[in-house]
Design a protein around this ligand. Sequence first.
Ligand code: UT7
Length: 332
Amino acid sequence: METRRPSLFIQGTGSYVPERLVTNEDLAQIVDTSDEWIRTRSGITERRIAAPGEATSDLAVQAALRAITDAGLTKEDIDLLIVATVTPDQPFPATACLVQTKLGLQPIAAFDISAACTGFLYILETAAALLERGPYRHALIIGAEKFSAIVDWQDRTTCVLFGDGAGAAIISRENKSGFEIIDTLIGADGANADILCIPAGGTACPSSPQTLEAHLQYVKMNGREVFKQAVRVMGQVAQTLLARHGLTPADIKVIIPHQANVRIIEALAKGFDLPLDRFFINLHHYGNTSAASIPLALDEARKAYDWQKGDYVLLVAFGAGLTWGSTLLKYI
Ligand code: UT7
């Protein structure tokens, strides 16, 4: 089996990070941490943090405008809009609807998908299925997050790891040169939901003075367990997807993994028996931007390499849920 969807392409990409740069040294002023600890345990040296009035939809809009321009399209060409986020502007309506109106894209369908750091691969697969069925021609898909609004700035075990940003792509049925979407595999295991979550603020445990007092409105993470699961599920999903196409990791020119921790990527590289330089890594500059991580890296990687016809790219991610996914692309 080579190509499941021969007519779908990544026609353009774009990304955006907020202006404010926060270094590890800056964080050491507010929690008991150090540049040395953050760098050696995670690889992160700095991250971008959105301005107080800047919402997830604002980051998404900037990335979207760049992707539309990159694709050589105009806003009128877009007929489907999907946003991946776990940091919506509001509990509802969908952030995609807010992005739609800010971009002036009415009345196209607009909705959100929540799959945390795997979100971009979930919306890529959803857009691909809808485009395949028609009548859509150009889907705008955006991973956007403002994690700075949901981390506990008093909790050094989480607040140093995340950053804000957005990445977008245009998925099209029209055949131009660029990346063809060969296949995607996504999965989840809700039995591991509690190792990375926000405990309160939903219907199971609505916000109350007690939940606020206990900081339950913020991200809670069992870092060691997430680390272990991340290495396992990313390795498995990537190998399964590649095997469907008779490929191995060695056949891939560039692997673009979720940018959570360079040590997770090193473990993945070891499992694939590949040197680290086969992986695209930009987490040093942005930290973990959750659903924005893969499209931000994809946008930078598309522009960083001298692509040749036939080059394969593999996207691979994991996130809260647990969720995981992998997408195989081929340069044509
Ligand atoms: O998209 C998914 C998002 N999440 C992830 O990918 C997270 C996956 N997990 C990880 O990346 C790593 O587990 C962490 C970076 C979160 C932690 O690294 P670790 O090597 O697993 O450290 P640890 O949790 O075992 O903590 C080691 C020590 C602890 O002190 P004690 O108990 O040994 O005295 C922590 O309290 O480091 C301490 N520590 C810190 N020290 C300075 C934890 N956070 C910090 C900090 N600065 N920011």
